[in-house]
Design a protein around this ligand. Structure first.
Ligand code: 16G
Length: 240
């Protein structure tokens, strides 16, 4: 599997080999890899080569290390395309996961001025503040906080937001969700976020802020999401 006469660097060959085994399902999430020294001896390559391959695979999210326990195969990341305006429920169904939500907060509050400005409503106007842990097959993927004008979207209930918000808005209220702008930046999980997402405090996360608009340009929602960086990657198609 490793060809020492090839011009391709050994660490790179090893990396590709491990990736292929993961893709074929020969290595499954949670499986452990032998210690670097043993691995190097078995394949008659240097320990440095193994370390470099493992480290890059850790950085790319294919493997993870547990202090004192070894190196393991990570869960596959969900690849989220960025070109369609979709809901979490739609995204998960499209990938064969069962979407779910755990409601943390659901109330009508008076909007702060930054929120009022973005939703184009009077300051202190009533907004729903909805905080949900979004689940895929019961596993926490993201922590999402939505702000929606209570005068625009009437009749939201806990039952509705335990299902799909977008489905309710489009199917029950017949409003057309039209476009959104989204900002993605990296961060680390606070203690609270870590507890909700079942990750370690300080683990990498992606912060997403989405402003969504209806067909007539009315701001529909302001959303702040914290996505697990170990389970998510974003894909965008580009043309030149
Ligand atoms: C996605 C959207 C969020 C929207 C939600 C509706 C991002 C960052 N956020 O999570 O803006 O409110 O879907 O999902 O993609 P639902 O219809 O399943 O409730």
């Amino acid at each position: 599997m490793i060809n020492k006469n090839s011009p391709i660097p050994l660490y790179y060959q090893l990396k590709e080999h491990i990736k292929e085994m993961i893709e074929k399902g020969e290595l499954k999430p949670g499986d452990s890899l032998p210690p670097e020294r043993e691995y190097a001896e078995n394949h008659q390559i240097s320990r440095m080569t193994v370390r470099q391959a493992f480290t890059e695979l850790v950085n790319e999210g294919y493997l993870f290390r547990l202090q004192g326990k070894g190196t393991f195969i990570a869960e596959r990341k969900i690849e989220q395309p960025l070109h369609g305006l979709t809901s979490f429920t739609e995204d998960m169904k499209a990938r064969g996961f069962e979407p779910g939500s755990q409601l943390i907060q659901f109330e009508i509050v008076s909007s702060t001025s930054p929120i009022a400005r973005q939703l184009l409503i009077p300051e202190y106007g009533p907004v729903y503040e909805i905080k949900r842990i979004r689940l895929a097959d019961g596993v926490p993927m993201a922590l999402e906080t939505n702000y929606i004008s209570a005068n625009l979207i009437k009749g939201l209930t806990e039952q509705i937001v335990n299902q799909s918000l977008y489905a309710y808005i489009e199917e029950n209220l017949n409003l057309k969700i039209h476009q959104a702008s989204q900002i993605i930046e990296s961060s680390i999980a606070s203690q609270t976020e870590a507890n909700y997402l079942k990750i370690a405090k300080g683990a990498p996360v992606m912060l997403i802020q989405r402003n969504t608009y209806l067909q007539d340009g009315t701001p529909l929602e302001l959303v702040k999401s914290v996505y697990r960086a170990d389970r998510y990657k974003f894909m965008i198609q580009m043309e030149r």
